[in-house]
Structure formats: C-alpha cells, structure tokens
Design a protein around this ligand. Structure first.
Ligand code: SF4
Length: 315
C-alpha cells in the first residue's frame, strides 16, 4: 500500500515524524510536491470561496495525491490539552476529504489527537497511543509500532532542536533582523511565504522564524503578550516566539493567508501589545502577484534603516 501525504498544513510541523514513522515501519509513501499553480487552482475550485488560503492549498495537495496513492494520510489533530487547541480546519480535513471525493471513496488513514477529556469521537488519545491505534489497522504489531514511533519521535525532536539552534545563531548574529510571525505551513509554502522569504534574503535581511522556539517555554511566555485564555496552540507558540526573540530583532512581519480567523484576532493583540518594534502586516490571498507586497516590504526595510540611522545620530 502506498500512502499519500499532503505537503501542506501540519506536514510542516510533523512531516519529519510522519515520514520517519512510515519509513521505520517499512511502509511505502509519497509526499505531494511543493505547491504550484495547478495545486492551488485545484484546491480553490474544490473549496468554498470563504475558506482560508491554507485550506485551499491543503485540499489541492489531497486532490493531487488522489490517483497517485492507495490511501490518503489525513490526521485529525484537534486538542492538545493544556497546550491548547488547533484551528477547526485540522479537525475537519478527514471529513471534508471523504465528502469532496465521495465518488472515488478514497481510503483515509488517520490518527487523532484529542486530549479534551470529552472523548466524544472515540478517537482520543495522546500521540503514541494514537499512532498505535492507527498502525494496528495497517497490520503492524504493537511492538513494531511503538519502536517505530519512539525512533521517529526522537528524529523529529532532534530535527526541531537543530532548527532552534540555527535560529538562535541567526538571532545572535549581526545585520538587520526581521522576526517572521506566521504559521509554518504559510511561511514555507511556495505560494504564500517563500516569495516573501526570497525577497527579504535578496535585500540582505536575516529572517528569524518565530516558530523555532522551545515550545514548552513558549507556552509559559505567551501570557506576557496575551491573557491566558488564548486557545490556539500555534498562536500561543508564536507569541512565545515574539517574547523570546523580541530583544534581538529590528522589526516584525506578520504573515497571514487570507482569511484566517485565529490570526485576525491574534495579530490585533500583537499590534496592540508590541509597541517597541515596527510591524508589517502581510495578508496574502495567493492571487495578487507580489508587486504590491514587494513595495511594502521595501518601505518597511526603509523604516528599519531610518530607525537605525536615527538611533546612531542620537548616540
Ligand atoms: S489557522 Fe488560519 S490559516 Fe490555518 S487552517 Fe485555520 S483558518 Fe486556515
């Protein structure tokens, strides 16, 4: 059986874990390619207009994989207990996929993270339990699955620790530094964040990714910017990233795929609470081309440079 993994959504957070896990179990899998125009257009045609850009892209990747694998891997990632919840899209993707492609009735492989305690869908559990439950249905033994999960988890944690180390080094280095605050599936997607990153690199800017932060620490720090009622796990971590890197950066770019419910609230909180750094808010819909965005980025960098010059003059 060949498993199809969409290169979208939580792939950017969990891809190393997923690929290492399936490899350790000796299972065949394929990851969809980087987002291209056809994938985006397919996803947009499948989803209703009001859906966020990231969801359209996600479904474009699912559509790409549909006839190229035997089973689609679409996790149901919902509630992480005290660490917060996910956006509702990540609970809905398995059901949306089954509904959109009901004529083809694709096999969907899923695992569920729901630590809410309500257990209403009988799919609850922590990550290891969820992986065991998923892979048992694929004919693997509990020991095989546990060994594969633990080794994959270690690989994923090492990979993330390496990303944090690299980002810390960049933050400690010299030059103009911008903290990029956005979901990793936006920052690293070829249609949302990558053109922005390339533009910033061309202009000699060092990019600090707010996602690359100790997540446990971020869970403690986010309350310095927002009150503790903020529900979304990724938003909390991004706020924790701002707290962590704030003193070492020159400005902040908030990068959002249109229209994102959680970001529309959290970005307002950031703009209200962070008053010591220039902030540029980029809302991307995947259709505009980059001309307008590039001009805004250039103006923003001018502001950062002007600020530095002013500070030097004032001693
Ligand atoms: S958090 Fe925002 S961008 Fe991400 S899936 Fe939800 S609405 Fe879309």
């Amino acid at each position: 059986m060949k498993i199809g993994i969409p290169r979208a959504g939580m792939y950017y957070r969990n891809g190393v874990l997923w690929e290492s896990f399936f490899e350790a179990l000796g299972m065949d899998y394929v990851v969809s390619p980087r987002t291209n125009k056809a994938i985006l257009e397919n996803g947009s045609a499948l989803m209703v207009d009001e859906t966020c850009l990231a969801s359209k892209i996600y479904m474009g990747h699912v559509a790409y994989l549909l006839d190229r694998c035997d089973a689609l891997f679409i996790p149901w990632l919902s509630n992480f207990g005290k660490d917060g919840i996910n956006c509702t899209r990540f609970r809905a993707f398995p059901a949306i996929t089954a509904n959109l492609f009901r004529e083809k009735a694709p096999t969907i492989i899923t695992y569920a993270i729901d630590l809410s305690g309500t257990q209403d869908m009988k799919r609850a559990g922590d990550e290891e339990t969820a992986f065991i439950s998923m892979a048992k249905a694929l004919g693997k033994s509990k020991k095989q699955i546990r060994d594969a999960y633990r080794s994959a988890k270690e690989t994923a944690l090492n990979d993330f620790a390496q990303k944090i180390r690299q980002t810390e080094n960049l933050a400690d280095g010299s030059g103009k530094k911008i903290l990029l605050v956005g979901r990793d599936y936006c920052i690293y997607d070829d249609y949302i964040g990558q053109p922005i990153l390339k533009n910033l690199h061309r202009q000699g800017i060092t990019i600090i990714d707010a996602n690359h932060v100790d997540r446990l620490q971020a869970q403690r720090d986010f309350t310095q910017i927002s009150d503790g009622t903020l529900p979304w796990i990724i938003s909390r971590e991004l706020l924790g990233g701002i707290v962590h890197y704030r003193s070492r950066i020159d400005g902040i770019i908030l990068l959002t795929g249109f229209p994102c419910g959680p970001d529309s609230i959290v970005n307002e909180v950031i703009k209200r609470e962070i008053t010591d750094k220039p902030i540029l808010y980029l809302l991307l819909d995947g259709q505009d081309g980059l001309a307008g965005v590039e001009t805004r980025i250039e103006s923003f960098i001018d502001i950062l440079n002007f600020q530095t010059t002013g500070e030097e003059k004032n001693g």
